[in-house]
Design a protein around this ligand. Sequence first.
Ligand code: B3K
Ligand code: ZN
Length: 852
Amino acid sequence: QTAHNLADYRPYPFVLTATRMTFDLQPKATRVRTALSLAPREAGMDLVLDGGKEVELLSLTIDGKAPDPAHVLRRDETLTIAAAALPPHPFLLETDVRIDPSANTAFEGLYISNGMFCTQCEAEGFRHITFYPDRPDVMATFHVTLDSDLPVLLSNGNPVGQSQGRAEWHDPWPKPAYLFALVAGDLVAVSDSFTTRSGRRVALNVWVRPGDQDRAGFAMESLIKSMKWDEDVYGREYDLDVFNIVAVDDFNMGAMENKGLNIFNSKLVLASPETATDTDYERIEAVIAHEYFHNWTGNRITCRDWFQLCLKEGLTVFRDQQFTSDMRSAAVKRIEDVQALRSRQFREDQGPLAHPPRPDQYEEINNFYTATVYEKGAEVIGMLKRLVGDDGYRRALDLYFDRHDGDAATIEDWLKVFEDATGRDLAQFKRWYTDAGTPRLTMAEDWQEAEAGGTLTLAFTQETPPTPGQPEKLPRVIPIAVGLIGPNGDELAPTQVLEMTGASQSFTFDRLGARPVVSALRGFSAPVMLSRQLDDATRAFLLAHDTDPFARWEAGRELALSALTAASQGKAAGGDYVDAIGRLIADGTADPAFRALCLNLPGEEEIATRLSSGGITPDPDAIHAAREALARQIAETHLDLLSDLYDAMAVDGPYRPDASDAARRSLRNAVLALLTRIDGGERAEILFGIAGNMTERMAALTALLRRGRGQAELAALRDQFADNRLVMDKWFAVQPMAAPPAQAAQVARSLSQRKDFDWKNPNRFRALIGGLSANHAGFHAADGSGYDFTADWLLRMDPVNPQIAARMSTAFETWTRYDAGRRAKALAALERIAAAEGLSKNTREMVSRMIA
Ligand code: B3K
Ligand code: ZN
């Protein structure tokens, strides 16, 4: 009864054409009057509306008359009007309900944040506002009237009336309820405008709290760039007279693409050099773009049901990744995206929460806004594009927008446009959407000398380990981008894409003069784990010579991982990587961003994932020690080189958040982290004292905390920014994250006792609880202190905000890969959560999947 199944999809038996709503906004008792223009699709169907327990029905009429109460059935989550009470022709259903936004701590539906009314309706929040067919395939135009004394009153669409205490909005584009939004508050706007390529002028506003205007300019610039890019690259124009963005302090996730009224977590809008890091700036630009791009991929074409979530999310992530590559460095962006995919999605795929990009069952859809749906969903589109080529992709996308504008579509519809536009059969490719797990791809090389030139054979095999509910997997289509490099470092054969479709398959290259070095999986052409026999000398060769930036970085990464996995199992290693990295950092011609990416060692989580995918039980303390030792070895071996580089990478002049300055800072900060291991913190203390920007101050502070120092700097930061929530979130996050592992849980526990640990604020909760789980050896401390602390807080959060508790429970998603002692402690923590009385459906589903 609680599980939803893809196979059970049925169209809604009524057509809803128009929705009219009037809100009388009062903090404790908001009245919502709704009129729905409905028509039955077939005779004799009951009308079932969604509506949360807390929605109080005051009156209901059909074409102006109250139905016989015997025909109206209120259950916990629904309101049913029996077919007998409904006319066989179109009718108007009017309801009047009362809700209490001030009591809404789950931040789903209509709630209050810092005195401002706002909404979050995806996925199923609208049912907490009024009774409604709250499903994405029911789409209607909206006319919304807002009554309130607050000065700024916003909703979707275009403004159609404004008077004292009242505003009216009309959204002409039919939309599902999850895209509804309203905002009412004391807000100020940073405003600008954009003229679309067909000459329509759009008013743009970024709304923030008074005093925050000077931190909203970058968000506005990002919006304008996004609007232009979507016209240039996808031919997509904006379609309303206004586009509003509102920054909200209490928000369960990053941002939301409501039609014409995007609502953002304030941390993804507000930025100044003193308060935001380079990474924050890059994320703001990307998320503003992501939400804007949803206007076409998500809003104009939405999802038929929530199983299709990756239809809009995978595609929109893919588009925002393309945007960032165009705005910044494509090579750097690809490497960053692969790092994120490995650390979050591969991790998810490896444990009990693994699921396909298109799941076929869920209990609580909010638990499926995952790295698999988003980031793997985007990778799948990247593969499609590689297989059909840039022109094929463009034709398919044009057809998609043409054919499905105004639709609630499916993954089948999506694949069909690619088939129709390119003539390709995608039946096998579809497995990427329906199967969970990361394929393991193995490559073996065979070289045969001959007089006419040698022949190289690459033999591939693929295998995907079992995942929950999917014990056996069929082979997938894997695009493998390969290039060949000659012994002198010249490229012998440029990149070509090998298309693997079988469980094992070979490809040959002949008439080769000398045995080449193979550069495989260039650009990370498929989200797989590739294993090949390669000695460290060849990896070092690729790190020096590969022309593909991803493959080049990957060679260095493999060198580092081979040193780290060996050392964490007590074997000696490290030499080749330390030498190779020395050559790279000395190479002044190499891009600073690339050098920074190579100098940042793989994280402890990534090392653990690597070990466990090879069947080895990771030991968090040994991994931590191995990583520390390698960092120290690099610092000691290359001390002079590093200190010169540190001086050379200083950025002069006023702070600019652009890619080239950010690259220099990231290289310099990576060097600082190494040097702090040797210089007693001298450089980091100086940098913290003189830096005017948050990027350098956070880097210095983190380096100091990792060495058990930094208390004075923490105090200085707190004194300066006690009133700035976003900076204080960083302050809360960095301490458990950078604490020596044995102290991490204690550090987190004592921070949680502070008065300013405002834990009901999702950002603050994520900062502290997420800060600890980002400390791999700290969260997985052998005494179970990390598990216990986290479980205590999940239990406390669950009744207040189930979405946040469920989301943060993923800290435990890898528990099965550790040793028996840790497993027993993690399981005890999970069982303690599972046993809690009244546990939310969100957290219950997560915990039961994890202990299944
Ligand atoms: N679509 C929203 C996410 C909604 C999450 C609901 N729990 C933001 C985005 O992906 O753009
Ligand atoms: Zn999205």
